[in-house]
Design a protein around this ligand. Structure first.
Ligand code: HEM
Ligand SMILES: *[C@@H]1O[C@H](CO)[C@@H](O)[C@H](O)[C@H]1NC(C)=O
Ligand SMILES: *[C@@H]1O[C@H](CO)[C@@H](O)[C@H](O)[C@H]1NC(C)=O
Ligand SMILES: *[C@@H]1O[C@H](CO)[C@@H](O)[C@H](O)[C@H]1NC(C)=O
Length: 360
């Protein structure tokens, strides 16, 4: 049991509530208890103490199960959202792709033990983090921007805002600044004191996955196959490495021939593993619905993209998004909020990291 949360609850509320609850429980169990209480007056005192203890324990438990809320930092860090927006604006001015990179960081954070900033932790001699897991190694990027935001946020309101919340807001702003939708991010996440390289290896989907595997992996996180299809629309921005699409452009048949030829020009059969290609061949720095037009034209870059339009169950939704950009935008926003709520640490769980790369 930690003492901290008790101190954060005004004492008079605690006393009133615990008194009320002990009265209630004593009344409810009165019939069975009154004889004993008459006989042994000390027992009533004991029961009250016991009930109070139970009540405080349940308060602690509910503090740990607290919901995320929209204006969590409204009083404690009113400048938070402006700081994140301004830093993201500058970062995207320097390099548009960084908005994509931070969106991907957020996805990879949330899919490994929830949105708890575990992906931001550096490896040390005594700590194995997620940065060197296969889906992240040499491809997860944007950490320096999160550091910059965190430094400004600490200067404005120290020891208050979690790195997990900063990442959720930065991902939202990256999408918006590249022309996509915006949404209200529920806040109050806390930062993990642990990370899991093995979970990062096994729970983040691979670009070689089939639709059934992707569906299962999303379902394991409480996300539906339609969430999968709309969130994959994130591939309307950003870049991918040759090693992840080589098999597709050389060996698959559900691919546009001229598109395959174009991609082969910078992705040889061997070598050039880290050569980049845009995920959306049409507008890679604009968050729009062109990703779905690519899929319909058999120009999905990864196997895991094209499976969404391959004579399967998602074809109709892909068609809808390809012609209805507004529906894509609003469904994407809803799905991002859902993604952002995957098993957050709240209340007294986890911590507010001082430095996003290190546990306190
Ligand atoms: C459905 C399963 C998914 C798979 C298999 C997948 C796989 C990948 C791969 C292999 C890359 C290229 C990384 C590199 O070459 O460095 C990539 C990039 C990217 N992914 Fe995904 N992804 C998936 C879903 C998502 C989701 C749900 C989001 C966000 C909501 C997302 C956002 C991005 C973005 C924005 C990029 C570009 C990053 C950059 O340019 O730095 N992806 N993804
Ligand atoms: C926050 O800042 C105040 C004033 O600079 C300082 O005294 C305090 O130790 C800081 N708190 C933490 C947890 O760093
Ligand atoms: C294409 O498939 C063949 C036969 O399965 C395999 O030997 C080859 O390595 C594959 N090429 C690429 C680039 O994946
Ligand atoms: C879908 O099925 C049709 C009709 O069987 C076929 O012509 C087409 O090539 C298939 N498309 C894909 C992407 O498999």
């Amino acid at each position: 049991m930690h003492a901290r949360p008790i101190l954060t609850i005004p004492l008079y509320i605690l006393l009133n509530l615990s008194y009320a609850s002990s009265q209630l429980i004593l009344t409810l169990s009165w019939n069975s208890l009154k004889q004993d209480i008459y006989r042994f007056s000390y027992m009533a005192t004991f029961i009250k103490l016991f009930v109070n203890t139970l009540f405080i324990m349940s308060l602690l438990a509910s503090a740990n199960n607290a919901q995320l809320i929209n204006n969590f930092y409204g009083k404690t860090c009113p400048s938070l959202q402006t700081i994140v927006r301004n830093t993201m604006t500058n970062a995207i001015k320097t390099e548009a792709r960084i908005g994509a990179s931070i969106l991907r960081l957020f996805f990879h954070d949330c899919f490994v033990n929830g949105c708890d900033a575990s992906i931001l932790l550096d490896d040390t001699v005594t700590f194995v983090g997620e940065k060197n897991a296969a889906p992240n190694k040499n491809s997860a990027r944007g950490f320096e921007v999160i550091d910059t935001i965190k430094t400004s946020v600490e200067a404005a309101c120290n020891a208050t805002v979690s790195c997990a919340d900063i990442l959720a807001l930065a991902a939202r702003d990256g999408v918006f600044l590249l022309g996509g939708p915006t949404w209200v991010v529920p806040l109050g996440r806390r930062d993990a004191r642990t990370a899991s390289q093995s979970a990062a290896n096994s729970q983040i989907p691979s670009p070689f996955s089939d639709l059934s595997t992707l569906t299962t992996m999303f379902s394991n996180k409480g996300l539906t196959i339609n969430d999968l299809t709309v969130l994959s629309g994130a591939h309307t921005i950003g870049q991918g490495e040759c090693q992840f699409f080589r098999t597709r452009i050389y060996n698959e048949t559900n691919i546009d021939t001229s598109f395959a030829t174009l991609r082969k020009s910078n992705c040889p059969v061997s070598g050039g593993d880290t050569n980049l290609a845009p995920l959306d061949t049409l507008t890679p720095t604009t968050f729009d619905n062109n990703y779905y037009k690519d899929l319909i034209a058999s120009k999905g870059l990864f196997h895991s993209d094209q499976v969404l339009f391959n004579n399967g169950t998602q074809d109709n939704l892909v068609r809808t998004y390809s012609t209805n950009g507004a529906k894509f935008s609003s469904d994407f926003a809803v799905a991002m909020v859902k993604l952002s709520k995957i098993s957050p640490l709240t209340g007294t769980n986890g911590e507010i990291r001082k430095n996003c790369r290190l546990v306190n």
